[in-house]
Design a protein around this ligand. Structure first.
Ligand code: UT7
Length: 331
């Protein structure tokens, strides 16, 4: 358990997703799949996909502008931008830099963070450290993904799962020591990274290197194995985080997990013995948007009036590499 009189908190949020929607029925025309398989095995009904030529930076910037407006902050007041992404527009410049340019945050440092689906929670935990040392800082965190550009549209085991989008939050000092980020866990386990990979595009293989099979330029996953590790790991993170803060799952008001698969969320809920009304789910609309999934879910939970003053939330994530994390927060 951590004790500090200064707590950081999410001051405001914004989201943006592409207007183009790809439904399960439309996917039936692209690969050998069915609406019923996707719905039963994943809970996903549709996902938002970038159009040709559309860039994820435009959504990262739009989400950031909304978060800044809601916080009533000038972009010049932002000290740091952390962008969690696996799919930036370019390797250089970073997506963080494009966000800085797009919103006009001329006084901020900016960088990208690569921690797959746990990226947003990693970024939140880093921001928490900065705020404790610099209580007047305002930090913009963005989770943004263009996963449709890294999907093999001939691989039905992955192409039905992912979507594009961006969620942004402004983090600053909480007005009360009773509210804000209570504690977090960050973790990674390198022993199973080969179960979920995106090899092409790094420095090992030059673009279109003939030594790498074409499908390795896209996300590859042994889904069933990843599924098992994801459930066990997120359960462990949730229980550790609660226990070391003298809390139980009964103290939780809302679980806002990474949205990778409705069955993963349901297994987690059952193992933690949390009633379904205390779990936020929006995977049916967006699919798995990796680093963008938790900020988009938090935003929608707030829009639906579920993030009431004083409630205790827990977010847990698990993703490729493997990374995992959890953040416990009082609103
Ligand atoms: O966010 C990062 C972390 N990622 C995750 O946490 C994802 C974890 N994994 C999963 O969500 C699930 O494992 C999947 C949704 C990827 C797959 O579901 P599953 O129930 O584990 O299916 P499976 O891979 O065991 O495949 C079962 C069957 C196979 O057919 P056979 O061999 O039984 O004849 C697959 O070929 O389902 C088949 N299948 C499909 N059928 C129709 C796989 N994908 C599809 C599809 N449509 N899209």
């Amino acid at each position: 358990m951590r004790s500090s009189s200064i707590k950081s908190t999410i001051l405001s949020m914004g989201i943006s997703v592409p207007s183009k929607v790809l439904t399960n029925i439309e996917l039936e025309k692209i690969v050998n799949t069915s609406d019923s398989w996707i719905t039963e095995r994943t809970g996903i009904k549709k996902r938002h996909i970038l159009k040709d030529g559309e860039l994820i930076s435009s959504h990262a910037i739009k989400a950031s502008k909304e978060a800044l407006e809601r916080a009533k902050l000038s972009p010049k007041e932002i000290n740091l931008i952390i962008c969690a992404t696996l799919t930036p527009d370019y390797l250089m410049p970073s997506l963080g830099i494009l966000i800085q340019e797009g919103v006009g945050a001329i006084n901020a440092g900016a960088f990208d963070l690569s921690a797959t689906c746990s990226g947003f929670l990693y970024a939140l935990s880093i921001a928490d450290q900065f705020i404790k040392n610099n209580p007047n800082w305002k930090i913009l965190i963005v989770g943004a993904e263009a996963l449709s550009r890294k999907i093999n549209w001939e691989d039905r085991s992955t192409c039905v799962l992912f979507g594009d989008g961006a969620g942004a939050v402004v983090v600053g000092k909480s007005s009360s020591p009773d509210k804000g980020i209570i504690d977090f866990i960050l973790g990674s386990s390198s022993d199973n990274w080969s179960l979920l990979t995106l090899k092409g595009g790094g420095s090992c293989f030059a673009p279109f290197d003939k030594r790498l099979p074409p499908e390795d330029y896209f996300i590859k996953m042994q889904g069933r194995e990843v599924f098992k590790v994801a459930v066990k790991t997120m359960e462990r993170v949730a229980l550790n985080l609660l226990e070391r803060n003298g809390l139980t799952t009964q103290d939780l008001d809302l679980l806002v997990p990474h949205q990778a698969n409705l069955r993963i969320i349901d297994f987690l809920r059952e193992r933690l013995k949390i009633p379904s009304e205390k779990v936020y789910v929006n995977i049916q609309k967006y699919g798995n948007t990796s680093a963008a999934s938790i900020p988009i879910a938090l935003y929608e939970a707030q829009e639906e009036g579920k993030l009431k003053d004083g409630i205790l939330t827990l977010s847990v994530a698990f993703g490729g590499s493997f990374t995992f994390g959890g953040v416990l927060m009082r609103w």
